[in-house]
Design a protein around this ligand. Sequence first.
Ligand code: N01
Length: 453
Amino acid sequence: MHTRIAIIGSGFAGLGAAIRLKRHGIDDFLVFERASDVGGTWRDNTYPGCACDVESHLYSLSFALEPGWTRRFSRQPEIWAYLQRCAREFGILPHIRFKHEVQSARWSDRARRWELDTTGGSFTADVLVVAAGPLSDPITPDLPGLARFEGRAFHSAQWDHGLDLRGRHVAVIGTGASAIQFIPEIQKRVAALHLFQRTPAWVLPRPDGRIPASHQRLYRRLPILQRATRLAIYLFRESFVVTFAHPALMRPARRLALWNMTRSIADPALRARLTPAYAMGCKRILLSSEYYPTVAQSNVEVVTTGIREIRPHAIVDGEGRERAVDTIIFATGFRPTDPPIARAIRGREGLSLAEAWQGSPKAHRGSTVSGFPNLFILLGPNTGLGHNSVVYMTEAQIDHLLGALRYMQTSGVGVIEPTPDAQARWVDAIDRRMRATVWMTGGCASWYVDRTG
Ligand code: N01
């Protein structure tokens, strides 16, 4: 079956692209989704406390504002329901092929189209939009002895809701954005909580709260008020970009993070273990007002000596000390710089994206890749940010896609891609502008940078 445009993924980016295509009068597109519902990372991550750390008025599609958000920082069920509603109300569902995982996509120079093999059959498309998401494939470290562990073990993105955590001895591996959200939720239920922290995070307070029903009514009646709120949030957040570019300006935020810790944790040794040794912003800055008070509880321990091995009923730390555990929760993140989909997509020369990138993803405007005609990546390289809404970034890339489609149509061009030179110039310019930023100078490893920096 042939379609003009094939979109991979039905999370924020894929749905956003599909809706914008439809609003532009383009109906000839299909969305391939490996799961049986829309929502991407907001469908998959159901761990307790899962929420967005960007305000919902901004972390939503600009053309589908939701006046009824009940919290400033919405929880996962509300965000997922929003995406399901968008898919339904904008008429996207008939375009979605659920349970169709794209296993390979090859560009055919002869046919001048993409040839897709999915778990639901084969398709061809003129244009391929990759909206598979940088946070869709969880990563679990291959720790020595893990296969012999006799308790329950799962990743935070694949939460085991059938397991009652009451009275259990739990190890959490990783202390990033996901961990600090579910740790306060589970601490009261478990008997013991051992947090295996490799690198501490900078954690700012999260000014969360309910949005009163009166505000929701007002937003419904006067949408311009919601637009103004959204703009104010955007501008406030965007003003912080200067602190990422000039790390010395992070000092006030750093003081706030240290205050966030010291107001809840009296023990200086514990504070020392929780204080990052790298510049703030180098890794993603986290937001939580509950994390530090939770870590200070008597059934919680922060282990910073690493993991030597897993035994059937225990974890042995780097110093040889054994802790009895019956549950391991991996909060060890995803594969943003090495996405599996990059191995499935093959361009003009038969090379896969992963082979072309060699571990260092590159694209013109974070979207298009030389040698990969009519391919558009949403949330591609250099589009992840640390201060603002990634949904906003996605929409900018969707604009770019629509501009390219318009150009192809009006000029009769059938195939479009950046020249190697244009791509190299773009990437060099980005690299130059990144050089002084906290991601490059902050002294940490993070998923904002790949192995080449
Ligand atoms: O994953 P992470 P996440 N042994 O990669 C540690 C987004 N998100 O699932 O820092 C021991 O941030 C690792 O340690 P280190 C958000 O963009 C958004 O928490 O590498 N530890 C780290 O502590 C976020 O950035 C929201 O030294 C190991 C942790 O595991 C992204 O999702 C909410 C290890 C991984 O942290 C991913 O978050 C939640 C090992 N072998 C998440 N390997 C929003 O609100 C890794 N670690 C929008």
